[in-house]
Design a binder for this molecule. Structure first.
Ligand SMILES: Cc1ncc(COP(=O)(O)O)c(C=O)c1O
Length: 411
């Protein structure tokens, strides 16, 4: 087998060695696979996002990570929430969040689910079709409605294109129809695609909002809100443009198109708030070779596509994967444990692992705090759903000690 250089992984890009050791220590007596969630990271990301867009209100997309502790933390910090079903609605209201802080963002809804949300006090809905709009008007009278524009999702690692939103011509006729029904046409929404790397996509979408606002004004409808959705990045293997560039560019687009006439702005982050907060701890079940002279090995883990890593479909999301061992680097195809041949995480993009790695070793899969516990199967091949543990919070003294040790007094 051709050997590459020594195995290396840029741990510091994702967390300090000290933080990693704390997570490793916390994980050591637990049976894999499981997720460790660091709520300090969620808090940090929330604070950074609200500081970046001080003119906006955050509606956290519950689907990204619906762990009660995540929701409680965000609720305490003042976040509002975007829910997608009556089940998420019950969960978030069960935690004491009032309906004036909720938005029913799913454009695909049963009439009875709209009526239920209305009965619980929800008054903000999104739509992209005539039938859904009529259902809202009949079952949630006098509610505010946001109209979702179609975006093509290009530039995003996990695009949401085609399924949601409608072209401007449809949106315009829906707004006109809404003004004749029993609802308030309140604004426009869009989602540029999740893990969006092309910041210019916000420019296109905001320009489309301006067009719709102007058109609505011409027929006497004064729209008041833009919902800019999610799309802000988490820290995966492919590096991102600095978040500061997202902040300054998106703010500039809004300024160019709306200037002093800025409507109410809401954002619906999911991935960018919780992605970086999770580490999925997994164990190597089997290492094998399919042919004597292959330059790579197959590494089978005890988690895979059905264990919460479905976003590896088409290798769309490339999670950083770390083995805490030294050795020469060898290329690996990484696969899951189930009896489904699509349960391969990465085959085209070759990860490297140390040649000292053995069955029973742990693989740490970083940036797995979003779209993992909520996506995993509940019983495929009998494997249970992905467990999540909350990392015990550091005391204020421990945090201060770290600040002094790293010499960064401004953190
Ligand atoms: C309506 C809506 N809002 C927000 C989000 C969250 O997007 P992201 O995880 O890219 O922040 C999603 C994701 O699917 C969504 O469907």
């Amino acid at each position: 087998m051709v050997q590459l250089d020594g195995y290396s992984f840029d741990l510091e890009r994702f967390m300090s060695r000290e933080d990693f050791d704390r997570i490793k220590e916390f994980s050591s007596d637990k049976q894999t696979p499981f997720l460790v969630l660091d709520l300090e990271k969620v808090e940090e990301r929330y604070d950074a996002l609200t500081a970046a867009f001080p003119f906006s209100r955050v509606y956290y997309a519950i689907k990204a990570n619906p762990h009660d502790e995540v929701l409680k933390l965000l609720a305490e910090r003042g976040s509002c929430f975007d829910f997608a079903s009556p089940y998420e609605l019950d969960q978030i209201m069960g935690l004491g969040v009032t309906p004036d802080r909720l938005s029913y963002g799913n454009t695909i809804k049963k009439a009875k689910d709209i009526a239920y949300a209305y009965s619980r006090g929800v008054r903000l809905f999104a739509t992209d079709s005539e039938h859904d709009l009529r259902k809202i008007s009949e079952n949630a009278p006098e509610s505010k409605v946001l109209f979702r524009l179609l975006t093509d999702g290009s530039g995003a690692d996990w695009p949401l294109s085609r399924k949601f939103g409608a072209h401007q011509d449809v949106i315009i006729s829906l707004i006109e129809l809404a003004s004749k029904l029993n609802v308030e046409p309140y604004g426009v929404s869009f989602h540029v695609g999740s893990q969006q790397r092309d910041i210019g996509q916000w420019d296109n979408a905001i320009a489309a909002c301006r067009y719709v606002f102007d058109w609505a004004k011409e027929i006497g409808i004064n729209l008041k809100m833009i919902n800019m959705g999610g799309g802000f990045p988490a820290n995966y293997l492919d590096p991102n443009t600095d978040f500061e560039v997202y902040r300054s560019e998106i703010t500039r687009y809004l300024d160019d198109d709306f200037g002093d006439d800025l409507p109410e702005i809401i954002i619906e982050p999911g991935r960018s708030l919780t992605g970086d907060a999770g580490i999925l701890v997994s164990e190597v079940v089997l290492i094998s070779k399919k042919a004597e002279y292959n330059q790579y090995v197959w590494v089978y883990l005890d988690t895979g596509k059905f264990g919460g890593l479905i976003e590896t479909l088409d290798e769309a999301i490339k999670y950083p994967i770390f083995v805490d061992k030294e050795g020469e680097a060898i290329e690996a195809i990484i696969a899951g444990p189930t009896c489904d041949s699509m349960d391969i995480l990465y085959e085209n993009f070759k990860y490297t692992v140390p040649d000292t790695m053995e069955e029973g070793d742990r693989m740490y899969i970083f940036t797995t705090g979003a779209y993992t516990t909520s996506y995993c199967s509940i019983n495929f091949n009998g494997f249970p759903p992905l467990k999540a543990f909350i990392l015990p919070q550091r005391t204020e003294n421990e945090k201060k000690k770290e600040v002094y040790q790293t010499g960064n007094l401004f953190e």
